[in-house]
Design a protein. Structure first.
Length: 189
């Protein structure tokens, strides 16, 4: 019988480890998970979304971040790396060289991959919904023109909106409408 010792890290130990490590890791309740690399298609789609959001939010108090910025989810005792996130809170106005995490995103976007889709759809969806600031969680397929938005309702609860084909996608949290072609521009088939 094979037995392995499983080490649980404190959040402080994880944060120290991430400072000195060139590889990225996510943290969930004491466990650390290595992040995988992305495909060119994934990168093109994420880049298109980042560029559109950055241009749209210029001259507003909102900031757009991608890939190497963590989302801290206190209620889940977790740190996740989102593909793209937008924060309009006061914390992002005082960014310094040491800031590596956001705990008040209003919009989080994940470009789905084979390795991350299950986690993005279940674990992250449930964790992100505990963030009081979050208005939309968006899942973008890299294999087909399909965008799924989980949007917080004003009174309570969440709605799920799916877009596919030649549609205009509405990101209500940042008052942006993007044609599906803009999201997928340059993606190889």
């Amino acid at each position: 019988m094979l037995s392995r010792k499983h080490e649980i890290l404190s959040e402080e130990e994880y944060l120290r480890m991430e400072l000195d490590n060139p590889a990225r890791h996510e943290y969930v309740a004491g466990e650390v998970f290595a992040m995988t690399g992305t495909t060119l298609r994934h990168n093109i789609i994420a880049g298109n979304l980042f560029a559109a959001l950055r241009a749209h939010l210029r001259a507003t108090p909102c900031r757009v971040f991608m890939a190497d910025v963590r989302v801290r989810v206190e209620k889940a005792n977790a740190h996740y790396y989102a593909d793209i996130l937008v924060s309009c809170g006061p914390g992002v106005q005082k960014i310094d060289l040491q800031t590596r995490a956001v705990d008040d995103p209003s919009l989080i976007i994940e470009v789905l991959s084979t390795h991350t889709e299950a986690t993005d759809r279940r674990e992250k969806l449930l964790a992100y919904r505990t963030l009081p600031s979050l208005k939309e969680y968006v899942l973008v397929s890299q294999n087909e023109a399909r965008v799924e938005i989980h949007r917080r309702l004003p009174e309570s609860g969440w709605e799920n909106i799916e877009y596919s084909g030649p549609e205009v996608v509405e990101f209500a949290s940042v008052d942006l409408r993007l044609d599906m072609r803009e999201i997928y521009e340059g993606r190889t088939h």
